[in-house]
Design a protein around this ligand. Structure first.
Ligand code: SF4
Length: 84
């Protein structure tokens, strides 16, 4: 069987088109079902906490590796450092 090489197109931030990155993040969040999505106020509060967190680096949480804007959008998701 022939192996297909898999690679991540987004391994490096420098390789990401900023407009496309934003579009994809928003697309992912918009695709969440309402029952899985955090309420707008909760989402804003979470991101506010992330903005002042020492683990935030270029939109990524250094504690878990997630894009915080995606992580915070999930209703049942929690902060890996229990900040929200
Ligand atoms: S998810 Fe938690 S640990 Fe990660 S950046 Fe946000 S507040 Fe900090």
């Amino acid at each position: 069987m022939e192996e297909t090489q898999r690679f991540c197109k987004k391994c490096l931030l420098r390789d990401i088109d900023p407009d496309r990155y934003k579009e994809e993040i928003e697309g992912y969040i918009n695709a969440l079902s309402p029952s899985d999505k955090a309420a707008p106020k909760a989402y804003a509060k979470r991101l506010h906490i992330c903005e002042s967190c020492e683990y935030l680096l270029a939109g990524t949480c250094q504690a878990c590796g997630c894009y915080v804007e995606i992580r915070a959008a999930g209703k049942r998701v929690v902060c890996p450092k229990k900040k929200w």
